[in-house]
Design a binder for this molecule. Sequence first.
Ligand code: ITT
Ligand code: MG
Length: 213
Amino acid sequence: MSEDFDPEHVAPQAIRKLTPGKLVIASHNQGKVREIAELLGPHGVEPISAGALGLPEPEETGTTFIANAELKALAAADLSGLPALSDDSGLCVEALRGEPGIFSARWAGSDKDFTVAMRRVWDQILAQGPGAGHDAHFVCALALAWPDGHVEAFEGRVDGRIVWPPRGDKGFGYDPIFVPYGHDVTFAEMDPAAKHAMSHRADAFRQLVAAVF
Ligand SMILES: O=P(O)(O)OP(=O)(O)OP(=O)(O)OC[C@H]1O[C@@H](n2cnc3c(O)ncnc32)[C@H](O)[C@@H]1O
Ligand SMILES: [Mg+2]
């Protein structure tokens, strides 16, 4: 770094705005695609899912939520020639030092069986011994990429606790074992509108909407 480099005085890069039109939802998770389409509802874009375009599922080689979100959005924008919005998210359990974290989908195995993944979370908390806390948070990184390689990314979070047994049949993934702080019901017992008012995805969405719309 040169001696006169002063990080306080670097001009911030201009945030690129999204113009109305088609937007690829760069996810192969139907639960996410549904939630993202609902959150995008009032914002005048026309969502098309990666599945509908036959786009492949890129390998998630990043070591952070943001890195994985960016690589998924950039791959979809490049292949489709359209702006693309991706989501990389997961459940981080404090007693498990943040696991499953970026491996949240992978804990469900190739069958994407979240009964197995939720059981694994609970068993690993129990394996920590009787003093282990149940605190956890969900993280959602959203990345919006354009075909020329420009990308903007935002990260949201919601804190809560893990409960057992799983409860509720709304939502997806780990929702049946996650109760947000200040509530008694799991994300899978809430109506979608209630989850959208407080979720990690909604938190990231508020930042994205404020910046690019
Ligand atoms: O990569 P894409 O194609 O978007 O789909 P994916 O399911 O593989 O998604 P991720 O790689 O981001 O993995 C995140 C996993 O974390 C879980 N997850 C993320 N957000 C969640 C939410 O709101 N409620 C419950 N589980 C969630 C969910 O099971 C996801 O499979
Ligand atoms: Mg994935």
